[in-house]
Design a protein around this ligand. Structure first.
Ligand code: FAD
Ligand code: UDP
Length: 409
């Protein structure tokens, strides 16, 4: 069977046991689990005109499979999450590699022993690598912030080089902030790696859905217990009830089509927008994508090139490396990052992690806490910088809770 789509106006809400807002991994995994394992009738509300959230991919005019909301590479150490997504499609093995374009010379990112030889020459690199190994150990990952704290002048030289040539300009473009100003967990995602391993991720399980992410989501949401309403925004179909009239009054109920809905409501959109941003909008970074199709097999030497010292875009991705598609044409995509200002035309891609923003988010979260059937889940609703596998793991854990079973091995 295919996905069961319906117009929201034709829905009889009394027929549903659970409502899920959003059809990215947070929403789709929860919907599937509630329907399949919990035997529930699940209504999925999605504001876009397609399912799949930010993982959505499709063929472009040249017939190249492209990702429409940023390049997505699957990698995880969570076997349960990997086994789960493997149920819904075939996968291809893919190990992502990234090169930094350093004034026209390519250097592996994360910055590693091979990058060190390109930056410092073989002889000097050999000495510096010994020093790194003596200080941190071989095959270790060292966040740039930690490397910069070292007193040793030679380690400082490496740290200064990496800071200036890999992190500073890229981070300014991506966040509008310097590496010191962003939360340390952000730059720690891409540490200095004392290794010859040029892969971007070292996770045990890595790969790409063989036919793309969209068919994976179609299979996940194809279940007789699931109905999907596209082009439907939660704010316009939920009537929120509050305990009292004050600004901080907690949510006491959600009405859908005039009826109070007491089954589980899993909400995976931005929490501030559900409350019409009454405490001010949560800050996010958004992205613009520029696509180019070229009449040749490849434009880049690998899946992604990061522009760490030049250009106003952060990175270029060439999809055929990721998807394994064989074609005489190729499509690349440039990413431009800027502040998220207009919810009607822009997409909130990255929460900006800081104590201040977490406190701001918690004000919204406090509004929902007393409503025990309301479950914020996902990168937007939890205002976190989560990768796909973490979201899948969290969705499975929430489903365990909602269908009353403990986590499975
Ligand atoms: P989303 O995928 O954003 O899904 C949320 C869904 O809810 C959307 O479909 C949205 O339209 C819908 N929605 C929102 N608000 C409402 C509303 N009010 N009413 C109805 N529907 C609503 N992770 C990796 O593991 N590997 C990668 O390589 C990777 N690359 C990334 C690249 C970029 C540029 C970005 C931004 C993220 C990347 N991620 C990657 C992270 C990945 O996108 C997230 O982990 C994943 O999308 C989270 O799933 P989600 O369901 O929480 O959110
Ligand atoms: N980063 C950088 N230079 C790079 C790669 C990453 O400065 O070449 C920093 C930058 O701040 C970025 C963060 O590390 O936002 C995390 O990078 P990652 O590739 O994980 O970002 P994502 O793929 O999530 O956009």
């Amino acid at each position: 069977m295919g996905v069961r789509y319906s117009a929201f106006k034709d829905i009889d809400i009394a027929e549903f046991d659970a409502v899920v807002v959003g059809s990215g991994f947070a929403g789709a995994v929860t919907a599937r689990e509630l329907a399949e394992r919990g035997g529930k009738k699940v209504l999925v509300i999605e504001k876009r005109s397609h399912i799949g959230g930010n993982m959505y991919d499709e063929l472009d005019d040249a017939g190249i499979l492209v990702h429409r909301y940023g390049p997505h590479i699957f990698h995880t150490n969570d076997k349960r999450a990997f086994d789960y997504v493997r149920r819904f499609t075939e996968w291809r093995d893919y190990q992502h590699e990234v090169l930094a374009d350093w004034y026209g010379t390519y250097m592996p990112v994360p910055f590693n022993k091979n990058s060190m030889e390109i930056a410092f020459g073989e002889e000097k690199a050999a000495h510096l690598i010994d020093k790194l190994i003596a200080t941190f150990g071989d095959e270790r990952k060292v966040p740039i912030i930690e490397l910069r704290e070292q007193d040793d002048p030679e380690l400082s030289e490496i740290a200064d080089f990496v800071y200036k040539n890999v992190f500073l300009y890229y981070t300014q473009k991506q966040w509008g902030l310097t590496p010191e100003e962003v939360d340390p967990s952000v730059t720690a995602r891409v540490p200095v790696f004392i290794s010859r391993d040029n892969r971007y991720f070292q996770d045990a399980y890595q790969g790409m859905p063989l036919h793309g992410y969209t068919p994976l989501f179609e299979n996940m949401l194809s279940h007789e217990g699931i109905v999907v309403c596209l082009d439907t925004e939660a704010e316009s179909v939920f009537d929120l009830e509050f305990a009292n009239g004050s600004e901080d009054s907690p949510l006491s109920g959600i009405l859908i089509k005039g009826r109070r809905f007491d089954g589980p409501i899993v909400y995976t959109g931005p929490l501030d927008e559900l409350f019409l941003s009454r405490f001010g909008r949560l800050p996010y970074r958004t992205l613009d994508f520029k696509y180019e199709t070229h009449d040749k097999k490849h434009v880049l030497p690998c899946g992604t090139v990061n522009f760490t010292v030049t250009e106003d875009y952060t990175r270029i991705t060439e999809f055929t490396y990721l998807t394994g598609q064989d074609s005489d044409k190729t499509t690349i995509m440039k990413e431009y990052s800027h502040a998220y200002e207009d919810p009607s035309t822009q997409i909130p891609y990255y929460a900006i992690i800081s104590d201040e923003n977490a406190a701001h988010y918690n004000r919204y979260r406090a509004l929902t806490e007393p409503l025990v059937n309301f479950h914020p889940l996902g990168r937007l609703a939890e205002y976190r910088y989560y990768n796909m596998d973490v979201i899948i793991g969290r969705a499975l854990a929430l489903a365990d809770e909602l269908v009353g079973e403990g986590a499975q091995a």
